[in-house]
Design a protein around this ligand. Sequence first.
Ligand code: NAD
Length: 272
Amino acid sequence: MAARLRLENKVCIITGAASGIGLETAHQFAAEGARLLLSDINEQALSAVVKDVEAKFPGSEAEGVKCDVSNESEVQAVVERAVSKWGRLDVMFNNAGIMHPADDDAVNTEEKIWDLTQSINVKGVWYGSKHAVIAMRKNQADPSRGLGRGGSVINVASFVAIMGAATPQLAYTASKGAVLAMTRELAMVHAREKIRFNALCPGPIRTPLLMDFLNTPEKLNRRRIHLPQGRFGEAIEQAKAVVFLASEDSSYVNGTDFLVDGGLHACYVTAE
Ligand code: NAD
């Protein structure tokens, strides 16, 4: 009998699926047989991603739904759409996030930038976690299709929630610290319901979010010198870790700060 793909029959939601880590994860999830509800605030880019997934992975099931994660009713609608279409929700990847160009230090960050950042990066993850729990509590085990009770929720934090940096982005850093702490508590509260929560902590990754921010050679080099492997990470390297956290391969991994950062967190001085 052929081995089952790692996410076969699993119903998965990705927020912020139109770019970067979310987009690469959509591809990796499709390759592993997932049924995909892809969502993003950018409807045009999202529909291109859905078409791309369908073209690259013939027979895959993917639907795009526009959603601003800072709006609870929109997040709820995405979860309810996945459940009404496929009968359950197995994986929730709360990935959408922003790093605002006007985010700065304690003195110079405007309150509206602070509030916007927290409403997307923190409240968005709370709403996604909340509605995932409501849906996953209803999951029945179906061993013949490789489906169990509960599910896996992956919330995107960042290495900046763990390490300090003298290149300030205070609202972003605070938001990712909140994601880490929130995810740890969610993991404990829902462990007996077989709902796992882990926080993915990417290092600096070559996606629009970071590259638009590091828009001069000076800014790029200011970071590059600290990277142990001498390079930024790639979104696909995060996506492969997300597949692990989403699948049963990580059945005993719960409540972790899951660093995928090329060793940055362990670095004092990089090699020449
Ligand atoms: P990206 O900018 O390439 O993609 C983010 C996606 O989220 C975009 O498609 C955007 O349209 C969408 N989005 C923005 N606001 C939204 C909202 N309110 N509702 C729904 N969707 C929204 O960024 P990325 O680098 O792929 O980042 C993904 C996640 O990884 C973010 O949470 C980010 O903070 C985190 N992260 C990124 C890095 C990095 O270096 N790129 C490092 C650590 C953590």
